[in-house]
Design a binder for this molecule. Structure first.
Ligand SMILES: *Cc1c(COP(=O)(O)O)cnc(C)c1O
Length: 359
């Protein structure tokens, strides 16, 4: 059986070693005679799985002791509402509008207070990260929301905004664990697992402890961070199997030289593709150079028929899921942590071949 090079934006490629280990443990986890899926979340065996997953994530991200790690459900999208429900006290936040995911987050936050868009790159289809003018920041905002990597547009913040004493909240769904971040610079980091951590179904929230317990009584139990912080993410049944896989992915990151090692490999992969895009006469990147993502790389030929032929030809070679998001068109190669260097080499070599054959 042969595996493809899967460039899907999410859910996306997972490390082969992790899948093989899961396969080996599928019918009989650690001598228990059952799969992790069949196990009570209240068993000591499962407690050990979730504890080790958390510890491994704390190790690779260097998460300080005054932060809680929560394993939640509902996807990153639920956080667009859950965060304002818990963190809005004065009823106003700042946000940098950089694409589809802030477009979704803004109206959710508006249900709970005022949203000040401090900068936006909508004027050019979100193909860049806007310059930030600090005089537009509200020093009295409850928090400041950014999307560190924009999965659809293919941009990334290469520098974090200096928000002074205002808490920084980051949607890291598509680049968590892809580069080193100093967690202490953030009040809250959230990420759906299905891009860089594991299967869909679990959302990781890393939250500074003093922000827990701020929600008022109108906030339902299942939407209150305190519920999950007080119960070790076990108030109700957590997404047990996705957490188990995430734990193995965290261990895999460690084995790859940690987030630093993974970052070096990500730069190598992104350079391979960007360098070719910069020299190609057929394929063009769609994003301002200085803001290019290391994870999601959109590119176009400018000719929809050529784009389709390219995607079809790539598929026949086992290079799959390259169709671009409908808002950008063309192609998008998502090269998350688990995409091997060989996969990107294979893609670039097919691009070269296709260009030669069609020009
Ligand atoms: C995928 C994605 C989301 C949405 O995640 P869900 O888990 O599907 O809700 C939000 N933000 C970013 C940056 C994403 O890449």
């Amino acid at each position: 059986m042969s595996r493809v090079y899967n460039f899907s934006a999410g859910p996306s490629v997972l490390p082969l070693e992790v899948l093989e280990k899961a396969q080996k443990e599928m019918l009989n986890y650690n001598g228990s005679g059952m799969s992790v899926m069949e196990m009570s979340h209240r068993s000591s065996l499962y407690q050990d799985i979730i504890d080790r997953a958390e510890k491994s994530l704390r190790d690779i991200m260097g998460i300080p002791d005054n932060y809680k790690v929560l394993f939640l459900t509902g996807g990153a999208s639920t956080q667009f509402a859950m965060i304002p429900m818990n963190l809005m006290k004065k009823g106003k936040i700042d946000i940098v509008h950089t694409g589809a995911w802030t477009k979704a987050a803004i109206p959710e936050a508006r249900r709970f207070g005022k949203v000040n868009i401090v900068a936006s790159s909508e004027d050019e289809g979100f193909t860049y990260i806007p310059e930030l003018d600090k005089s537009k920041f509200d020093p009295d905002a409850d928090y400041f929301h950014i999307t560190t990597n924009n999965t659809i547009a293919g941009t990334r913040f290469t520098e974090l905004p200096d928000t002074g004493s205002v808490d920084l909240v980051a949607d890291m769904s598509s680049n968590i664990l892809s580069e080193v971040y100093d967690v202490s610079k953030f009040a809250l980091i959230f990420a759906g697992a299905q891009k860089n951590m594991g299967p869909a179904g679990v959302t990781v929230v890393i939250i500074r402890e003093d922000l827990i317990g701020r929600a008022d009584d109108s906030v339902p139990t299942m939407f209150n961070f305190k519920t999950f912080a007080d119960s070790g993410s076990m108030y109700n049944t957590p997404p047990t199997y996705p957490i188990y896989i995430c734990g193995m992915v965290f261990d895999w990151v460690k084995s790859m030289g940690g987030v630093e090692g993974i970052y070096r490999r990500n730069v190598e992969k992104a350079d391979l593709l960007y360098n070719f895009l910069d020299e190609s006469k057929m394929f063009k990147g769609t994003v301002r150079k200085k803001d290019r993502s290391l994870m999601n790389i959109p590119f176009v030929t400018g000719n929809p028929d050529l784009d389709s032929a390219f995607i079809k030809g790539a598929g026949a070679r086992g290079i799959v899921n390259l169709k671009g998001h409908r808002s950008v068109g063309g192609m998008r190669a998502s090269i998350y942590n688990a995409m091997p260097v060989e996969g990107v080499k294979e893609l670039v070599s097919f691009m070269k071949e296709f260009e030669t054959a069609n020009s």
